[in-house]
Design a protein around this ligand. Structure first.
Ligand code: CS2
Length: 495
């Protein structure tokens, strides 16, 4: 291929101006945000919002320093280093129109596992006003049932013993804030951008629990010098494929080792309680509200739950992508029924009209064939997703003695998912940190169906609700003899 440009600052000067790369003097961007966990989602969402502020509103005071904390993040760290923090975002809408943009917003990057003290030092510098994070549901180390911080998680226990070589976000935050306090530097805002109910309150209580155990004398200072806004984040961001990398090479003669691919839709709603300055995010369409709960509940219980539902049921059928399942009426009927009969009446603060239009919009977004969102991405770590996205709905319905048919069916399908074979006779990989335990429970359920529901770290005391156990057993048995499609058809025809 002629004159292929490796993406880095110098090479961007050779790009035709205006199209892909905005004309920005990156040396002028000052860092004020540390972001922990430079995931695809962060690169497609928060960093893209910052890009808009930089490009359209000349906001140069809130550059991002990305810090990766996991061994598995080594690849993205090395690429960011190679590419001077630059990468391409590819936005794909439902009509197949793609937009490409080189994102300038990440101007520094650190890699915790290589040099934890350097990362902690950067977090402690006075120019940092916001520490945001995307560490995924399992990074919070919450007890799936109580939602409380799990102080006995092996990684947490390890951090308690190795304060200066932490693995968890809590270990990093504690040391950084200790430095800030000792040096007389003010605290800052901690902004969770994960799909967790009350994500700000949750990170606060986990962090404070951890500090109470490890550095109790820091707590009173932290109370005064930190703020934890809750936020709702939304943009479907897929796993980048080699075709996307090739596309950039062909179209722009650019070799970007890891572009990020997402839908054009994006939303971010935040509670406005920042300790110090924050970017004028309103200018980029971010909404600030007093109470996040209605927005967050609707997003987690419709979009994320909907994803998990299509992910599990679709995988059982043999589909590979979200859009394939979202275009199959049998599956969409189930999703509609779950939302209408079980989710909707628990969304306090949202009108029926809002719920219906959000549902329709979400299903349309799921149908986007161009982003090629893999079911394997959705099903990955579903042991930390189902308890956050689906089971709260089941619990609410049980408390009201209301309809639980779809919940019971779904849990039965989830149990079958751990058999690892789809209806076409093909096997699929199960990527879940609790897979051993769940595969064992699912195998046991062939003889004693309720064994799956008895995994108390996931289901708590749900197995004590006879109405759920009965319907779960019924569907587990059904799913052993019928395919997922046949079972869905029977369910929707009321047989
Ligand atoms: C998905 C989310 O991981 C999942 O299960 O539901 O990543 C989803 O794509 C985002 O939350 C969309 O905002």
């Amino acid at each position: 291929m002629p004159n292929l440009l490796y993406l880095n600052t110098e090479n961007t000067y050779s790009l035709p101006s205006g199209t892909l790369k905005a004309n920005i003097d990156r040396d002028k961007i000052k860092t004020s945000i540390v972001h922990l966990g430079v995931t695809n989602f962060h690169r497609a969402h928060q960093a893209a919002y910052m890009q808009e502020l930089i490009e359209k509103h000349h906001e140069l005071n809130f550059g991002i320093c990305g810090i990766d904390l996991l061994e598995s993040d080594r690849k993205i760290y090395n690429i960011l280093k190679d590419q001077d923090g630059l990468y391409t975002a590819i936005f794909k809408n439902t009509n197949g129109i793609h937009e490409y943009k080189i994102i300038d917003a990440i101007v520094e990057y650190f890699y915790g596992p290589e040099n934890p003290l350097a990362a902690i030092e950067r977090m402690a510098q006075p120019d940092i006003k916001i520490i945001s994070l995307t560490i995924a549901e399992d990074g919070y180390h919450l007890n799936e049932i109580t939602g409380e911080f799990n102080l006995t998680h092996p990684e947490v226990e390890q951090d308690i013993l190795n304060k200066f070589n932490p693995k968890t976000v809590f270990g990093y935050l504690t040391q950084a804030f200790k430095l800030r306090k000792n040096r007389g530097i003010p605290g800052c805002t901690i902004l969770s951008c994960d799909n967790i109910k009350k994500n700000g309150d949750t990170i606060k209580s986990s962090f404070f629990n951890y500090v109470a155990k490890t550095e109790p004398s820091l707590l009173p200072w932290l109370e005064q010098n930190t703020s934890f806004p809750n936020s709702m984040v939304d943009r479907i961001t897929t796993v980048t494929s080699s075709e996307d990398i090739e596309l950039l090479k062909k179209k722009y003669l650019i070799y970007d080792q890891w572009p990020v691919v997402c839908e054009t839709f994006s939303s971010w709603i935040i509670e406005d309680k920042f300790l110090f300055d924050r970017p004028d995010w309103e200018k980029a369409g971010i909404q600030f509200v007093k109470n996040i709960e209605p927005f967050e509940n609707m997003k987690l219980r419709i979009l994320n739950a909907g994803h998990s539902i299509l992910g599990i049921l679709g995988t059982l059928h043999g589909y590979k992508y979200v859009h394939e399942v979202a275009n199959d009426e049998d599956f969409v009927l189930f999703l509609n029924a779950f939302i209408d009969k079980e989710v909707a009446n628990n969304l306090v603060g949202s009108s029926e009209q809002n719920i219906q239009s959000y549902k329709r919009e979400v299903i349309q977004r799921f149908k986007n064939a161009h982003i090629k969102d893999r079911l394997s991405r959705i099903c990955k770590e579903s042991s930390s997703k189902i308890p956050l996205f689906i089971l709260p709905t089941t619990q609410d319905q049980l408390a009201k003695k209301d309809h639980i048919e779809n919940s019971a069916f779904l849990i039965a399908a989830w149990c079958k998912y751990y058999d690892g074979e789809d209806d076409q006779g093909n096997t699929y990989e199960i990527m879940d940190s609790l897979s051993n335990q769940l595969v064992r429970a699912a195998a046991k359920s062939h003889v004693k169906p309720e064994a799956f529901l008895e995994v108390s770290t996931i289901f708590g005391d749900l197995h004590k609700h006879q109405s759920l156990v009965d319907r779960f057993k019924y569907y587990t048995t059904k799913l052993r003899t019928l395919t997922i499609k046949e079972s869905l058809q029977q369910l929707s025809s009321g047989r």
